[in-house]
Design a protein around this ligand. Structure first.
Ligand SMILES: Nc1ncnc2c1ncn2[C@@H]1O[C@H](COP(=O)(O)OP(=O)(O)O)[C@@H](O)[C@H]1O
Ligand SMILES: [Mg+2]
Length: 387
């Protein structure tokens, strides 16, 4: 391959999936350079350059670039190379021996992809608990306490932790308010984050990760992306979700199912107030609330979570079964909710007695888990309206 006239095409990361779509229509796909860096078989380089485009963004370190320079000459002359424009800024010196021109990826696409202003990385303004004024904080706390049933002791502690956080965050001493909630299933641990999300009036999705959904091996990748190997700037699921979010809140569900690498990662996040992904991008999470939930028991807590990390959590608490009156509250709320939704969806009026009839036959005390109670309510509701 000759360096003369060789071009590197730059793309904007936020549009990566749109480029993929357009290229797909043209029968082309993008391969990551990491594939070639890990595998030295010459056969790999015998691809059809009309169909395959090489993304070199994954060459992130100086050594990678040296390695790439070496590989570069193995590619056929008409190979098309692309790179994330942010990466090129960092790597341009290292790549000077390979490319002498830089062009926009649009030059090789049949369809121009414009970069909308809102797509480019601008520092987003998120609604943070620390930005609320005294009145708003009290109203937030009141709202929160109404929406989460029971757990009175937790509510008291949470309110005072928030007030404390407001002050010490301002003094630069406390970056993130972290809660670690343990205990029984279906009593409202995850609900805590959902309620905060509602009370901060978020219009976007809750930024969350559930380690129950990943193998422990993939745990860190799910947060911040794999360091290389995936094409197209895989920044990690949690990272992307936080980036999309309009409020300062993160939910880490079933935390105990992650692994040491993740524990260490969060130790860093809590300490520095920064979320960093595998592409070395950062999100400032100063002023955030992070809710960690876990099904481990109180006894397992010290066994599973290191002392360093344990001492980092601002609140550690056990969520126990709800009291009867709180379960009843939940049942009333759910029944109202379903009846309302049903009447709206079918545009009919259900019997005025339905609510009380349902409450009467459901024995809230036989349920520890509100999910099971909810299923019982649904079940009986269906029976009533179909009888
Ligand atoms: N204390 C509570 N207040 C309000 N809703 C609750 C409470 N506990 C449970 N729920 C309801 O039950 C469902 C399951 O609760 P969840 O918080 O997901 O359980 P877990 O403690 O296992 O995380 C929630 O979607 C919510 O509707
Ligand atoms: Mg949960």
């Amino acid at each position: 391959m000759n360096k003369m006239d060789s071009v590197i095409y730059t793309y904007d990361r936020s549009q990566f999936y749109r480029y993929l779509d357009v290229l797909k229509v043209e029968g082309k796909k993008i391969l990551s350079i990491s594939k070639f860096m890990q595998n030295t078989e010459d056969d790999l380089f015998n691809f059809d350059t009309d169909e395959v485009i090489i993304d070199i963004s994954a060459a992130i370190t100086y050594n990678d670039v040296l390695h790439f320079e070496h590989l570069f000459y193995k590619f056929s002359e008409d190979t098309i190379f692309i790179i994330d424009n942010k990466q090129l800024e960092k790597l341009s010196y290292g790549l000077r021996n390979c490319f002498d021109k830089e062009k926009n990826i649009n030059e090789i696409l049949k369809e121009d992809i414009e970069i909308k202003k809102s797509d480019t990385v601008v520092k987003k303004k998120r609604k943070l608990i620390i930005d609320l004024n005294t009145e708003e904080i009290e109203s937030f706390i009141g709202n929160f306490n109404n929406k989460l049933y029971g757990h009175e002791k937790f509510k008291e502690d949470f309110a005072s932790k928030i007030r404390e956080f407001m002050i010490f965050n301002k003094l630069g001493e406390h970056k993130i308010l972290s809660l670690f909630l343990m205990g029984d299933s279906g009593v409202g641990k995850t609900e805590v984050a959902r309620v905060i999300h509602k009370c901060l009036n978020s219009q976007n999705k809750l930024a969350k990760i559930n380690f129950g959904n990943y193998s422990s091996q993939d745990a860190l990748n799910s947060l911040i992306g794999s360091p290389r190997g995936y094409i197209g700037s895989d920044g990690g699921e949690l990272f992307n979700r936080v980036d999309d979010s309009d409020i300062g809140l993160i939910l880490i569900d079933e935390f105990e199912k992650s692994n040491n690498a993740v524990f260490n990662y969060f130790l860093d996040v809590l300490e520095n107030g920064k979320l960093v992904n595998s592409l070395a991008e950062e999100i400032d999470v100063n002023g955030f609330i992070i809710v960690f939930t876990s099904n481990i028991s109180k006894d397992d807590f010290p066994r599973r979570i290191s002392p360093e990390l344990r001492s980092r959590f601002n609140y550690k608490g056990i969520f126990n079964e709800l009291k009867k009156e709180d379960k009843l509250k939940f049942a009333h709320f759910r029944i109202n909710d379903i009846i309302g939704k049903y009447e709206k969806a079918y545009d009919i009026k259900l019997s005025a007695n339905l609510h009380n009839d349902l409450i009467r036959i459901i024995n809230v005390n036989s349920f520890k888990n509100m999910r099971d109670l909810n299923a019982e309510i649904n079940n009986n509701f269906v029976k009533f309206i179909t009888q």
